[in-house]
Design a protein around this ligand. Structure first.
Ligand SMILES: C[S@@+](CC[C@H](N)C(=O)[O-])C[C@H]1O[C@@H](n2cnc3c(N)ncnc32)[C@H](O)[C@@H]1O
Length: 335
């Protein structure tokens, strides 16, 4: 039906989690890796994944109806171009995101009502502690988290490199830089740049082999610590991608003031986030904003909200550079 009636459209929205959970099971069982570029029957896949053949068939048939698989022949399935993104070995892999979203995030989202009533992150209520503390204690899920950041934000890296001119920067610090998936390509694309990766100790341990493999240990310092305590001195530009959206205004001010303290007078701050536009058009940042409420307790912000936040920390927002993705580069200098 090309234009279903309103109740049916709402009904489709309500079933959204059926689809996401079915995608999750596909990701968790590694079905896309088993099929790859070929085709496989439900029976073959059930045998390889130790699952119930008929139930697995029904899962595959349901996902074929929404464009993840194509059923061709007797219970035989191949991946569509969308389904290909569930493979672990493709650049735009969404497998880690599917696992993270439908394990911890899904459990926290069951308490969305609590977040809306209190303004507090449901994650803390369900898991008994803030998400980054929990990840520090759960190394397996932390590795999935790192990969999920690449799943959800990986596309933005090339767009950032294309949109921004790094020629006036000597040393670029990536604050909360995770596994280096932004800083490594930035250093590779700008041979004059030196780098500094700053993150929590367990994250720096996970990131170190990535810098070694890229041959960048001479050009980049890896420093562990908390941005709520202090920020390392020595860079003339401090960037943060998807850090500020993790925190409430008070916490953001602590981070921004810590950067302000170490930034040279002519240095610059680069905050990489989606800037919420006015109007009702679809914008992924508006969905992500609710996820920020539920999981870390942060929020996406409008341009005016960034301007106000920066001013309170002693910064002047100088420009917002758009990219070909929803990511913008929000540039600021000391006021
Ligand atoms: C949403 S991820 C973004 C990672 C990376 N910047 C990217 O864009 O892919 C948030 C990052 O903040 C780091 N982080 C959380 N709390 C921190 C703290 N107190 N000090 C330093 N880094 C922290 C996390 O370990 C994680 O790498």
């Amino acid at each position: 039906m090309s234009n279903p009636p309103p109740a049916a459209r709402l009904g489709q929205m309500l079933c959204g989690f059926w689809v996401s959970q079915a995608i999750y099971v596909t990701a968790k069982l590694g079905l896309a890796d088993l099929i790859q570029d070929g085709a496989a029957t439900a029976g073959e896949l059930a045998a390889k994944t130790n699952t119930h053949r008929l139930s697995l068939y029904r899962l595959l048939r349901m996902l074929a109806s929404v464009g993840v698989f194509v059923e061709e022949g007797e219970q035989q399935f191949r991946l569509t171009d969308v389904g290909q993104c569930l493979r672990s070995d493709v650049e735009a892999s969404q497998r880690a995101m599917a696992i993270m979203s439908c394990e911890e995030h899904f459990r926290a989202w069951c308490e969305l009502l609590y977040s809306v009533q209190t303004g507090q992150p449901a994650f803390d209520k369900v898991f008994g502690m803030p998400v980054f503390d929990w990840l520090s204690q759960h190394p397996e899920q932390a590795t999935v988290f790192d990969a999920a950041m690449v799943s959800v934000h990986g596309r933005e890296t090339a767009a950032f490199l294309q949109a921004y001119d790094f020629s006036g920067i000597q040393t670029l610090a990536d604050v909360g830089g995770g596994n280096g998936s932004v800083l490594i390509p930035t250093l590779q694309a700008n041979s004059h740049l030196r780098g500094m990766l700053f993150d929590l100790p367990c994250v720096i341990s996970r990131a170190t082999p990535n810098f070694q493999a890229a041959g960048l240990t001479e050009r980049c310092q890896l420093i562990s610590g908390s941005f709520f305590e202090s920020i390392p001195v020595g860079a003339d530009a401090y960037m943060m991608r998807h850090i500020i959206h993790d925190w409430n205004d008070e916490q953001c001010l602590t981070i921004l003031k810590n950067i302000h303290r170490v930034l040279p007078p002519t240095g610059r701050l680069l905050v990489l986030e989606s800037v919420i536009p006015p109007g009702n058009d679809p914008f992924f940042g508006k969905l992500l904003d609710l996820n920020m409420l539920v999981i870390p307790g942060g929020q996406e912000r409008t341009a005016a909200e960034y301007e106000t936040l920066f001013a309170k920390a002693g910064f002047r927002l100088t420009r917002i550079v758009p990219t070909s993705t929803e990511l913008s580069i929000i540039e600021a200098h000391k006021a």
